[in-house]
Design a protein around this ligand. Structure first.
Ligand code: ZN
Length: 292
């Protein structure tokens, strides 16, 4: 099961959240038939969005468009630990020549913004920052530093099997709290230079708490929550799409009724919902009756 752990470290000078997201990224890979660069880009964004939503205690919608071939990345994550998302082009796969590692930066691009939307008291708040490397983790690190004014370090990683299924996925965020001393910051920076990649930790069976231990050391943290469940979840339904159709103009609905049936598709989960001519006529009638 995918989970998230929360901790304070270095005598409450540092906040760390870490998570394992292999299953939820695997679900997204299966739903969209993602190729490795698309899996890595979406998986890292889903992981970072969950960390962001749980940290902010707000539901977030994250959008990244760096002008690369993958086009838009869109992810919705809730403060309760559910997440869904999609990319503009699921079939992207590039590798770095020297290491053979999946190239995410090229697929995502760097000419654009990382945008985070939150809904607070029915009002939408948007904050954003320019993309740095298109590798996602650096982009979130920069987002927290520039837009939220919290010095942070974000680590994210997704490993993909030869058959495109997901081997491991996880991530962490370290945030420096206002009372933090320079010595602690320097010590952490040095530690971060020498740690294993987070995807390797997950592949080796690390739990979120193990990741925290690896980052700050055995007896250096106070665990706040070790086992928050994380889950892929799409809240779409035929009823949702029905409401959407009902909001169309009468003339557009009349155009749709010319066909025997229409098919609507949820971008987030690829579920198809069919509306027959009869159902469309019913929607049109309801709309016209409501008006009178
Ligand atoms: Zn859906």
């Amino acid at each position: 099961m995918d989970t998230l752990a929360k901790a304070l470290a270095y005598d409450k000078q540092i906040r760390i959240y870490a998570c394992v997201t292999t299953e939820l990224v695997a679900e997204a890979q299966k739903r969209h038939g993602l190729w490795p660069s698309s899996s890595a880009a979406l998986g890292r964004t889903m992981t970072a969005s969950l960390l962001t939503a749980v940290l902010k205690e707000e539901n977030v919608t994250v959008k990244i468009n760096g002008g690369g071939p993958i086009k838009d990345i869109v992810v919705e994550a809730t403060k309760y630990g559910t997440v869904r998302g999609y990319v503009g082009d699921p079939y992207q796969f590039y590798q770095y020549n020297d290491s053979g590692k999946i190239n995410v930066s090229y697929a995502v691009g760097t000419d654009g913004l990382l945008e985070v939307k939150t809904l607070i008291n029915n009002e939408v708040f948007t904050s954003s920052s320019p993309l740095q490397t298109g590798e996602i983790a650096d982009d979130f690190t920069y987002y927290f530093a520039s837009s939220e004014q919290i010095p942070s370090s974000v680590g994210l990683g997704v490993l993909v099997n030869d058959d495109n299924t997901i081997l491991a996925s996880g991530g962490f965020i370290i945030q420096v709290l206002p009372n933090c001393s320079d010595e602690v910051i320097t010590e952490l920076e040095n530690k971060l230079k020498n740690i294993k990649e987070v995807s390797t930790m997950v592949k080796d069976g690390y739990t979120p708490e193990d990741i925290i231990k690896e980052l700050v050391g055995e007896n250096n943290y106070e665990l706040l929550d070790s086992n928050m469940p994380l889950k892929w979840y799409c809240r779409c339904s035929k009823d949702n799409f029905r409401r959407g159709l009902k909001m169309l103009k009468v003339s557009d609905l009349e155009d749709l009724i010319k066909d025997e049936s229409i098919e609507t598709v949820c971008n987030f989960c690829n579920t198809k919902y069919i509306f027959t001519k009869d159902e469309l006529v019913e929607i049109l009638n309801e709309k016209q009756n409501n008006k009178q």
